[in-house]
Design a protein around this ligand. Structure first.
Ligand code: RTP
Ligand code: MG
Length: 141
């Protein structure tokens, strides 16, 4: 497997629950390393741009409103097979379907307030990392 980078966002619900550290601990225990990080309260335009692929979906406006409801913690994770590894740690989109021990099973409340975002492909990961971080602010680990 190759060394990859992926974009992770700890969503407003999990930031409000004060579990940033617990979620970072799961990244670290799996071998993923934090290569860049910033806390940010997204503007509506930033959230809409980030989720532009979902613009036509019925849940788009609810998703954007939720993502701007409070600050989020945004990080680049680096490691072997980082994209899939992070998706495995996250669990299914709907916490009701998420496997025990995954981040969403343990910290998410609903399909909207579902604790974390993670890039779903290597191509999307590169675009999502660049959306929030200039190349010079991502550190090889
Ligand atoms: P994410 O992008 O946040 O990592 O989540 P995901 O890949 O598991 O899910 P995705 O299909 O990309 O959807 C993005 C976010 O939109 C919300 N959603 N709501 N009501 C619904 O049917 C529905 N479907 C998706 C979720 O908050 C999901 O994380
Ligand atoms: Mg997604």
């Amino acid at each position: 497997m190759a060394l990859e980078r992926t974009l992770s966002i700890i969503k407003p619900d999990a930031v409000a629950k004060n579990v940033i550290g617990e979620i970072y601990s799961r990244f670290e225990k799996s071998g993923l390393k934090v290569a860049a990080a910033q806390m940010k309260h997204l503007s509506k335009a930033e959230a809409e741009g980030f989720y532009a692929v979902h613009r036509e979906r019925p849940f788009f406006s609810a998703l954007v409103e939720f993502m701007i409801s409070g600050p989020v913690m945004i990080q680049v994770l680096e490691g072997e097979g980082a994209v899939l590894k992070n998706r495995d740690l996250m669990g299914a989109t709907n916490p009701k379907d998420a496997a025990p021990g995954t981040i969403r099973a343990d910290f998410a409340d609903s399909i909207d307030a579902n604790a974390v975002h993670g890039s779903d492909s290597l191509e999307n990961a590169a675009n999502e990392v660049a959306y929030f971080f200039p190349a010079t602010s991502v550190y090889a680990r």
